[in-house]
Design a protein around this ligand. Sequence first.
Ligand SMILES: [Zn+2]
Length: 259
Amino acid sequence: MNELTDTHVHLTDPPYEAAVDEVIQKADRAGVTTLIVPGYDTESNRKIVNLKQRFPGILTAAGFHPMFLDPEIRIIDQLESIRDAIPLVAIGEIGIDSRKNAPPLEAQEDAFREQLYLSVEWGLPVLIHCVHAHSRCLSVLQNVCMEASIGNRVLRGVIHRASCSVEIAASYVELGFYFGLGPDIFDTRRTRLRTLAQWIPSDRILLETDAPYARKPDLSICDPWTLPMVVQHLSELRGEPVDQLIEAVSQNTSDLFGV
Ligand SMILES: [Zn+2]
């Protein structure tokens, strides 16, 4: 059986946090053998440390999400102490979100940049959350790519739960970024996303569920163990043999996260 990695799943949140061992087993039985769990605020990052200590096989990331910024938080200090406690495969999730109730964009951008520079310094990829702010996100990434490279360490990462125009996506590809695709592709109303899923080059695709947050009333496919259905659907959408797609995605996962 082909082994898949769910590159973005929130096991620190309900309903999973109370039954992590069951989730791991159920995912494993479905062929989803690797799970990457990101943090997004002080509390979830603290839970990430506990999770990694209890379940060393889980891969962990830590970061400060734009929707949960707090001016009191010293981001770098917190991330440093997390990295002292556990191994991280990425910094995230981080990014820019311009929805109505989001913190001021300048503050978001500062926190985003700070964490992008740190990722280059630490040689880790970033997990990027971007909602309604792709031009802004892209220009920050382009700037940091130009300014920050340490030896052969450069800015690398994934646009998580990607949904943008093909034109913007082409610029992300140019910067070397990957795209995380998940259960959203089943939603036939999301024509832009489905067009993007067809367009993305195979060597730029990663799989993720963003479980439990991609759950919709009319979509039950959003748990780590449903990832094989996502890749099957994606292969049909792209007209690409599923084995070939899985092979490409596995290669991409190992190239980006070193797993
Ligand atoms: Zn997430």
